[in-house]
Design a protein around this ligand. Structure first.
Ligand SMILES: C[S@@+](CC[C@H](N)C(=O)[O-])C[C@H]1O[C@@H](n2cnc3c(N)ncnc32)[C@H](O)[C@@H]1O
Length: 187
């Protein structure tokens, strides 16, 4: 199949936007795959702030970064992404959210619509103009439906002069494939 899933597309958008030396945020570091990917994009002069509320997630992410030789350019923060403004005071190029629960972890510890929306607003304040927020929304199995419905009801309310919001989703494939939402800051 040539059409690609949301996670693949999220990385394609990040590749287009992020340059060497940029500062970016992984809002949900989980097991560290996206943090490592972003650390590769920003290069050794850039910076990745990575958030998670689970100690185990930060431990797994640190290990992945150590193994990849990229730990020095990353700041791991054991707090919710809705508090990102407390830790970051510099312009940010991209904020990535990979929503849901940590693969291999407790499904009940997962992102929620209201805190994610608060984090999106915090991210919009930190982003440079034309910076990007990328959300991969997982819905299926035992979780994710409420958060999906909440976000898809609230995001269309964002001021179109301030941000452009785009959604990409498969509309006929089985098993609830994840949904990609990109938000570009316009002013
Ligand atoms: C789907 S996983 C992320 C996967 C990760 N990007 C990776 O590459 O492995 C979602 C993560 O969000 C975390 N999470 C849930 N609520 C959060 C919050 N308010 N702030 C930051 N992280 C949160 C969970 O603990 C979980 O590890």
């Amino acid at each position: 199949m040539t059409l690609q899933q949301a996670l693949y597309q999220s990385h394609e958008y990040a590749r287009k936007v992020v340059r060497n030396g940029d500062t970016v945020v992984d809002a949900t570091c989980g097991n560290g795959h996206d943090t490592l990917f972003l650390a590769g994009l920003v290069g050794n002069t850039g910076k990745v702030y990575a958030f998670d509320i689970q100690k185990e997630a930060l431990g797994n992410t640190r290990k992945m970064l150590m193994d990849g030789g990229m730990v020095k350019r990353c700041i791991l923060i054991p707090d919710g992404h809705e508090n990102m403004h407390r830790y970051i005071s510099e312009p940010v190029k991209l904020v990535m959210f990979n929503l849901g629960y940590r693969p291999g972890g407790d499904h009940s510890i997962c992102t929620t619509g209201e805190t994610t929306l608060r984090a999106i607003h915090a991210a919009l304040d930190l982003l440079v103009v034309n910076g990007l927020i990328i959300l991969v929304i997982y819905h299926g199995g035992d979780t994710g439906f409420e958060e999906r419905d909440y976000l898809l009801s609230k995001l269309p309310e964002l001021d179109p002069k301030a941000a452009a919001v785009m959604m990409t989703r498969f509309i006929n494939l089985p098993n609830n494939p994840p949904i990609l939402v990109c938000i570009e800051k316009l002013k």
